[in-house]
Design a protein around this ligand. Structure first.
Ligand SMILES: [Zn+2]
Length: 989
């Protein structure tokens, strides 16, 4: 009603509110840090100051610009408030000297220490007595850091001014320096070089040229004024004068500006009469209408501007800022909120700053319309943590007086109060506050605003002021909408989450089906009815952002990955945030068809099995939450699934998850042939992920066991679709994993639970020599010939430490080359205990010594139920062994001949032993493996001689790559039934 009554000016420039807020916040932060540096000085308690009330101050200052020296006197008239008062205290800096203090012309005793003057009155006074003392003082005012009386220059010309907020008046005059004690009036007499111009609070009553190069001006502030709002400034000012009319009253607006800035100052201040009109409409007539308003330019003010009563100080460096007009509005609004109504204590500083900061937004709204108000508020909540409460320390003396919370959250609190009361009541309440006869020209506190708001609106508002003034934080909201096509209303559940333990209640505006409304949301869970029909899902919560919150999240049911069993599908979904729902509906679509509800009543459990599905058909599922009988939430995510038949009849799927790298790393072919050797004689099928992608569930379902290896030393993601592997394992598939640098993703992945492992860490140092077998697994060593990097010497890096969970058990423990206690004997491979479904190696099988790798995999496949081990039968006892090498020495070839007599179950024989049971390997003198001559590798057939089985194996003096070896001593090692036999031989060329 007020906002729109004023003309919108046509503006080509739309202000950059974010930049403006940044500029002003930066200035505040600087003020706060300056304040922090001298706060101990002003925290000296105001000792005997409650025993009197100031009625009137008269200051008389003579200012020597060249010496930066003042000679001054203060007359203070005051009323005694307590009987038998014989001493009063005043705040006054120790950096100035008190020359004498008199009462009715008689000298008084006093002390002056710790920035306090204690005056002993000549006789004890009683409550109601009026007294008047005069204090004569002089000195060089010291402005410590940023406040006090400052001597500066501009364009080479001296300027003197005062800037004392919040508690620095005592730095240039003795006073009772609290906003709570405003004198009825105050005069300032200034004597200064005649070529200059002075300005101070109120009206200039007289100016006299003293004929000695000086001039004396008498300024009178005839309204009550707080000490921190008392100010003067002197330099070669030019005066830009405007006339302001209010009804039949006329008032001068005097802008004291630097001559060198005259034009830019005129540009900045020209809208002042329009602004006074605007704020008069909101806050009531300008309170100092019989005096003046205006600005005084200062250099190095210590703030961007300061709302000195009737005479705002403005930093000359800020005058050209494109958004300075909003600071002009801010300080003008302070003439009502701060000067006319002064905060009762600094605890309530947000009240004046919240009003003034919000007035900037109101001025923007007036100039540019409603959206600019929203933009302004958004800028105030941009990058500033506004969680602390407006009221922090009740003494109100901390540097937080200047902090961004006071200003920005203060403005937001005004904005939210306007939102809660709505425009008509809010502006009426503000006007009622500003015209309260109990308050005018006096003090106000937060409760006065609350009372005005409550009395005007009829609302009880303790909750509002408690949560924004005293509490910290802001709410976070979750909500969901429930609709029903047959209903003419909808339900909404809104959860107002606390900040720490603070709960918030608020009116939340919304827009639903194009209609604006609002709902009262209390802390916790709220179920509310929204008018408006049907199945519209288009709701916008707090679309214009009237609530200082951490946002609204629309909650939907969440369908988890499905479980694909043999021919049916298990669906599971998460717990919903709204515990008061009736349950869930499930919708299914077959082959891209229409979604149809498949349940009768809402399902109260969080899972469901959908049976009798057709194989080869793709089904889609999604769910909704059901509230109040038949209202439904929006749908969850949807998931597609194809039922699978788990045949498990094609043996092993050998999944190659390694990359294809070049030397020194093994190639795909080398790794493949290694595994082919290990799996010789078994039914297996190759699957190369690099070529064909991750195998589908449908593919996996054909195989009873997956051997999945990522054995090169570069990182390969273990899996990209856990859902597939989980379903395969759940349905009864078996998994053997060999790994190097692929398990990191298991650290916090539920797949780890399926493998029975608790991922610990990876050892990036080459320290792994091999592993000790546990639970029936053979010991295994790194194959030194396969170490890819010379720097690794003979140990391997990138080995995992994996602890078994309750359902797992370790099958290998780490053999550390350096006996590193963090790794030595720690588990590095795990299987699911009992009915083993999965085995995970924390080391790459490819790099292990081949025969042991073979034994390991045999044991693993037996555990997984894929094969039956012959060793599971009783191991034969070796009774006699014959190992002959002839000729020896030899060149170029020799024959290794052996036969064996064994006994099992008391029966001796010489033919039942198998080639697969034995291993023959040639080593050189250094212990390096030269060639594997095991009969199973070369399909060597035995010969029978006299009823005994013999093997005759020829070694032609070449290595594994069929290259001739040099002359020298070699060893032939025969391993069988866990015993080892060795023969020396000599190659002579
Ligand atoms: Zn302010």
């Amino acid at each position: 009603f007020i906002i729109t009554s004023l003309s919108l000016i046509s503006a080509t420039y739309y202000p950059d509110f974010k930049r403006h807020v940044k500029t002003t916040n930066k200035a505040l932060t600087l003020q706060a840090s300056n304040y922090d540096q001298f706060r101990e000085i002003i925290q000296i308690s105001n000792r005997n100051m409650d025993n009197y009330d100031v009625v009137y101050y008269a200051l008389d200052l003579t200012i020597d610009f060249s010496e930066q020296f003042i000679t001054a006197s203060l007359l203070m008239r005051f009323m005694i408030l307590e009987d038998n008062t014989s001493q009063i205290d005043l705040n006054f800096t120790n950096t100035l000297d008190v020359d004498f203090i008199t009462l009715n012309g008689t000298d008084l005793n006093y002390s002056h220490a710790d920035d306090i003057i204690s005056v002993t009155l000549s006789q004890a006074c009683n409550s109601g007595d009026i007294a008047e003392i005069e204090i004569v003082y002089s000195g060089n005012p010291v402005n410590r850091l940023n406040d006090g009386m400052k001597f500066r220059t501009h364009a080479g010309v001296p300027v003197v001014f005062t800037m004392v907020s919040p508690q620095g008046a005592r730095k240039w005059w003795p006073c009772k320096d609290t906003p709570a004690d405003k004198p009825d009036s105050l005069e300032i007499r200034l004597t200064y070089p005649e070529q200059y111009v002075s300005v101070a609070n109120g009206l200039r009553l007289e100016t006299v040229n003293n004929g000695d190069g000086t001039r004396t001006d008498l300024w009178l502030e005839s309204y009550p004024i707080a000490t921190y709002l008392t100010s003067f400034a002197i330099t070669n000012y030019e005066i830009f004068t405007q006339n302001y009319f209010y009804q039949d009253q006329e008032m001068e607006i005097l802008h004291h500006v630097y001559p060198e800035q005259y034009d830019v100052s005129v540009d900045l201040y020209t809208p002042t009469p329009e602004m006074i009109d605007f704020f008069s409409a909101i806050y009531g007539p300008y309170p100092f209408l019989t005096e003046k308003y205006g600005h005084a330019s200062c250099t190095d003010l210590g703030a961007l501007a300061m709302e000195h009563q009737t005479c705002t100080s403005f930093d000359a460096g800020y005058i050209t800022d494109p958004e300075a007009t909003f600071t002009v509005a801010h300080e003008l609004a302070h003439q009502w909120a701060g000067d006319f109504l002064t905060i009762g204590s600094w605890e309530h500083v947000w009240l004046k700053e919240g009003f003034a900061r919000y007035s900037e937004a109101l001025w923007a709204e007036n100039l540019y319309g409603y959206q600019s108000l929203l933009d302004y508020m958004d800028a105030l909540d941009n990058g500033s943590p506004l969680d602390p409460p407006l009221q922090r320390d009740p003494e109100g003396s901390g540097s937080h007086i200047f902090d961004i919370v006071i200003y920005s959250k203060g403005a937001w609190t005004q904005h939210m109060l306007r939102g809660v009361l709505q425009d008509e009541d809010y502006f009426a309440a503000i006007l009622n506050l500003m015209s309260d006869p109990q308050l005018l020209y006096g003090n106000f506190i937060t409760e006065d605003l609350e009372n005005a708001a409550e009395n005007t609106s009829g609302m009880e508002l303790d909750w509002f002021f408690d949560q924004w003034f005293y509490q910290e934080g802001r709410p976070t909201y979750n909500y969901t909408l429930y609709t029903a096509s047959e209903a003419d209303s909808s339900y909404i559940t809104i959860e107002s989450l606390p900040f720490q333990n603070n709960y918030f209640s608020m009116f939340i505006p919304y827009q639903y089906e194009g209609v604006n409304g609002r709902i009262f949301v209390e802390g916790g869970l709220n179920h509310l009815v929204l008018p408006g029909s049907a199945d519209s899902h288009d709701i916008s919560m707090d679309p214009d952002n009237w609530v200082l919150d951490y946002g609204f999240t629309k909650k939907l049911p969440v369908l988890e990955e499905l479980e694909v069993r043999d021919g049916n599908v298990g669906l599971a979904w998460r717990e919903f945030f709204d515990p008061d729902i009736d349950g869930f509906n499930i919708y299914r679509a077959a082959e891209g068809g229409e979604f149809l509800k498949i349940n009768e009543e809402p399902l109260t459990a969080n899972f469901y099995f959908d049976e009798n599905l057709e194989l080869g058909v793709t089904y889609m599922y999604k769910i909704s939450a059901v509230f109040a009988g038949f209202y439904e939430s929006d749908f969850s995510n949807s998931i597609a699934v194809e039922p699978v038949e788990y045949a498990f009849d094609q043996g092993i799927l050998l999944v190659d998850n390694s990359g294809n790298f070049t030397s020194p790393f093994p190639t795909d072919e080398e790794i493949d042939s290694f595994y082919h050797y290990l799996l010789e004689g078994l039914n297996f099928t190759d699957w190369d992920i690099a070529a064909s992608g991750f195998p589908s569930l449908d593919t996996m379902a054909q195989y009873s066991t997956l051997i999945w290896h990522s054995d090169d030393i570069l990182f390969n993601p273990l899996i990209n679709n856990f859902f597939v592997l989980k379903n395969y394992l759940t349905a009864g598939g078996k998994l053997f994993l060999s790994n190097c640098r692929s398990l990191e993703t298991l650290a916090d992945h539920e797949l780890a639970d399926f493998l029975g492992i608790d991922y610990k860490s990876i050892n990036n140092n080459p320290d792994f020599l091999g592993a000790e077998g546990l639970n029936g697994y053979p010991a295994i060593a790194i194959d030194p010939g396969k170490i890819p990097l010379a720097a690794w010497d003979n140990a391997f890096a990138y080995i995992y430490q994996l602890s078994p969970t309750a359902m797992g058990e370790a099958i290998y423990s780490f053999n550390s080359e350096t006996d590193d206690p963090e790794w030595e004997n720690e588990p590095c491979a795990v299987k699911i205990a009992g009915d083993t479904k999965a085995i995970t190696l924390g080391f790459p099988l490819y790099f292990m010594e081949e025969e042991a790798a073979y034994d390991l995999l045999q044991q693993a496949l037996a555990d997984l139920g894929e094969i039956t081990l012959s060793e599971s039968q009783e191991i034969p006892e070796i009774i006699e062994i014959c190992l002959k090498i002839y000729p020896n020495p030899f060149n170029p070839s020799t024959t290794i001949s052996f036969s064996l007599t064994t006994e099992i179950n008391g029966l001796r024989n010489t033919t039942t032993w198998q080639a697969e049971d034995m291993e023959i390997v040639i080593y050189n003198l250094k212990g390096q493996k030269v060639k594997n001559l095991s009969p199973s590798m070369y399909h060597t057939e035995p010969v029978e001689v006299g009823g005994e089985k013999h093997y005759n194996i020829i070694w032609n003096g070449t290595d594994q790559n069929n290259q001739p070896v040099p002359s020298g001593i070699y060893f032939c090692k025969l391993k069988i039934y866990r015993q080892e036999f060795s023969q020396k031989m000599l190659l002579l060329k």
